[in-house]
Design a protein around this ligand. Structure first.
Ligand SMILES: Cc1ncc(COP(=O)(O)O)c(C=O)c1O
Length: 408
């Protein structure tokens, strides 16, 4: 286990959640809250750093941790200015709030959106963020690069272009060397475009089953495809053309596979730092869940009944078709799975409710009205934006509040 990492053995214990419950009550947080455990965040960060310190730059994926103080905390701890952004409102927000950021867009943006970003910047007074040196636009085809080229000419502004590669995920990006080469020639001859790098995302790797080659084969294939495109850059742009380029790869489930620096020089990741359930994958066994939804228990009901069906409900209890004990919580219906009390399950007898969702409890569960149920988000990107400020938890106390991004 790398230095600074927390053991995974006690990750979801009753004791852990009882202490978190006390901390929430002490802090007066009685509505559903998103809680991030800072000690665990640090532990996961230590794991990421143990790879990036081998010789990769670390780019933090903004959508997965959409909070300025949270990003700033990680940027400082990992000594990086690099961010990956996927949403125009977030780019505007970053330009204002983290003016020294180095931003790579993680997906291509419609050209109208790009133009309105420059219009937005023109209207601001005193913004220090300079897109000609601090921003890379991700583009996935010759046609799109031409659109960017026309806009750059119209606005008379330099745009840095990063090229998305398809390295096996098949989520778009360049696939053939002819189109790639044509695009490079277009950029080379353009007065306002510069080539800033390539991005090859390979989240498919850990999902490839053994009978079609397994993750190692998929990883090697992705690296080979990446190398093929880098050879085209050298051919079109000349020896030394790769120097100073951003050669980006990686994601939460794959970053630990980059054991030796090679062609790629930076890794993007973020979800692994809080480990939602979608990231319960073998490559992240050494990471600990660090983000939880805490939802107050409003009502506990023994022997719940179907409306108007007293006798049938009794029968259903007897044959185990209806739970003997349920609770209604404050809120619900999130992209999240219950983790405390362990084994709780969503109950569907009244349909689902975002207002008061019903959960099955075990009769032995030691939980009362006004206690909290806890959930692990399945993903961080959508869920983190649903609860207002993030409650930052450390060793039995809520020690800080981190506001999340405004989505406008
Ligand atoms: C281009 C790209 N890089 C990296 C990531 C990894 O982000 P995370 O580590 O938060 O899953 C993503 C996730 O969607 C992505 O699209």
């Amino acid at each position: 286990m790398p230095a600074g990492q927390v053991s995974t053995s006690d990750a979801l214990s009753e004791n852990y959640f009882k202490k978190m419950t006390q901390a929430l009550c002490k802090a007066g947080l009685y509505t559903p809250s998103l809680v991030v455990d800072k000690v665990r965040l640090d532990s996961n960060l230590a794991a990421v750093k143990s790879i990036t310190e081998k010789g990769f730059d670390f780019r933090i994926v903004v959508k997965s941790l959409p909070s300025i103080p949270m990003l700033e905390y990680i940027m400082k701890s990992a000594n990086t200015q690099r961010l990956m952004c996927f949403h125009m409102p977030f780019l505007r927000y970053l330009s204002e709030h983290i003016p020294n950021a180095d931003v790579l867009m993680g997906k291509p943006m419609p050209i109208g959106n790009v133009e309105s970003y420059y219009q937005f910047l023109n209207k601001q007074d005193g913004f220090k963020f300079n897109p000609t040196t601090q921003l890379q636009w991700l583009t996935d085809s010759y046609a799109r690069v031409k659109q960017y080229g026309q806009l750059a000419k119209k606005l008379k502004t330099v745009m840095r272009i990063n090229l998305e590669l398809d390295v096996g995920l098949h989520r778009g990006g360049f696939t053939n060397h002819e189109e790639f080469s044509e695009t490079l020639n277009y950029i080379k001859c353009h007065d306002y475009l510069t080539l800033s790098g390539m991005m090859g995302y390979e989240a498919h790797i850990t999902k490839i089953p053994g009978f079609i080659g397994g993750p190692i084969k998929a990883f090697n294939n992705a690296c080979k495809l990446y190398k093929g495109f880098s050879d085209v850059i050298i051919k079109v742009m000349g020896e030394g053309a790769l120097e100073n380029l951003t050669l980006n790869t990686g994601g939460s489930s794959t970053y630990p596979l980059y054991e030796k620096p090679g062609l790629m020089n930076e890794i993007s990741t973020a979800s692994a730092l809080v480990k939602p359930t979608d990231f319960d994958v073998y490559t992240l066994d050494h990471h600990v869940p660090a983000a939880f939804i805490a939802a107050p228990v409003l009502k506990i009901i023994k022997d719940p009944e179907f409306p108007m069906l007293k006798k049938l409900s009794k029968l259903m209890h007897r044959i185990g078709f209806l739970p003997r004990k349920v609770c209604f919580i404050y809120g619900g219906n999130w992209l999240a799975r219950p983790c405390y009390p362990a084994g709780s399950k969503r109950v569907n007898i009244l349909g689902h409710s975002s207002n008061q969702e019903m959960y099955e409890l075990k009769e032995t569960d030691n939980i009362n009205v006004d206690d909290f149920m806890f959930f692990r988000p399945t993903q961080s990107e959508a869920v983190f934006l649903q609860f207002g400020d993030i409650a930052v938890y450390e060793d039995g106390k809520i020690i800080d509040i981190w506001p999340v991004f405004e989505n406008k």
